[in-house]
Write a new protein. Sequence first.
Length: 127
Amino acid sequence: MVLILGERERPHDDTLMFFLARAESGGLQAEVAVETIMGDGLAEFLEELVNDFRGWAGTRTWTSHRVDLQLEASHSGRRVELLWTLRFPDPNEQPGDLWSVTVRTLVSPGEDMTNLAREVRSFLYDE
């Protein structure tokens, strides 16, 4: 399964930012428009994982302010496991119509994690 982030936009030139998160695998394709306030700190969350490359106990979690994208990170020593969960709609608004899909990615804690954090920062902020 693959997770793709794309089509970032700031429609009002303010702090509100949207991007698409798409999960694909075999015949499955799920997509959600993620609403954030200037990325909601996703780039910084990933950079903290890079800085703690030696590991941490438990699971660290990042969630977009509308709860449409969540990232859980755990460290096993040799790998960082990232669980990306796409949700639609915001479970606080329409709990009866909720769907979700979770994509699992494994990343080595050194250079691969650094590259991921750099790519996400560049995607969010055009750096």
